[in-house]
Design a protein around this ligand. Sequence first.
Ligand code: AMP
Length: 215
Amino acid sequence: MRLLIMGPPGAGKGSQAELIAKHYSIPHISTGDMFRKAISEKTPTGLLAKSYIDKGELVPDQVTTELVRGRLKEADARDGFLLDGFPRTIAQAGMLEEILQEEGIKIDLVINLVVEDDTLIRRISGRRICKTCGRTYHVDTKRPAKEGECDHCGGELFQRADDNEETVRNRLAVYYRETEPLLECYQAKGLLKNIDGEGSIEAIFEEVKAVLGGI
Ligand code: AMP
């Protein structure tokens, strides 16, 4: 199964992607996670990416696509994958198409999580992430059992530098300008499935499974 998960920042792509990847045994490939890893390892790509991510801007298409190209060629992605946060521009979608053609493969479905702006801003501003395993929490809706500590691994929880309200507003503006137009392309190809992303993580995942059951 080869899938894309799309939606504005804070739509819950990461949470659903985690569940989908586990349920269908496919790798979860998140460009945001790859950039954050590169930043923590202080690689040249990481240093470059940081200057864009901190402002809520997109990392240049070429850099992002090369990262994805390399990742899709790894053995675990041969039989399926879930791409989360890529493509984010028309140019990236074109480059993805080229990569897929080179490999002789196709995307089966594009899941688009639909969420109102107010909800997105509330979700992102309260989001906390485990430094060790990357699991996400929320100060109101998904609190850890022990303040500041991950339930799963005991790691320290932190707030992403780009999860403050000002940067979030820019990320949303960038999403509507650069990424949302892609939905029409996938709609025209008959690949798009819109899913209401306002409910609980579990309820949304039930809908996702119902949609994917048809593949
Ligand atoms: P995410 O974790 O998906 O919200 O991504 C965090 C940040 O990483 C984004 O706000 C962008 O700055 C950058 N990023 C992630 N994916 C891409 C992409 N496909 N193209 C450009 N920048 C990206």
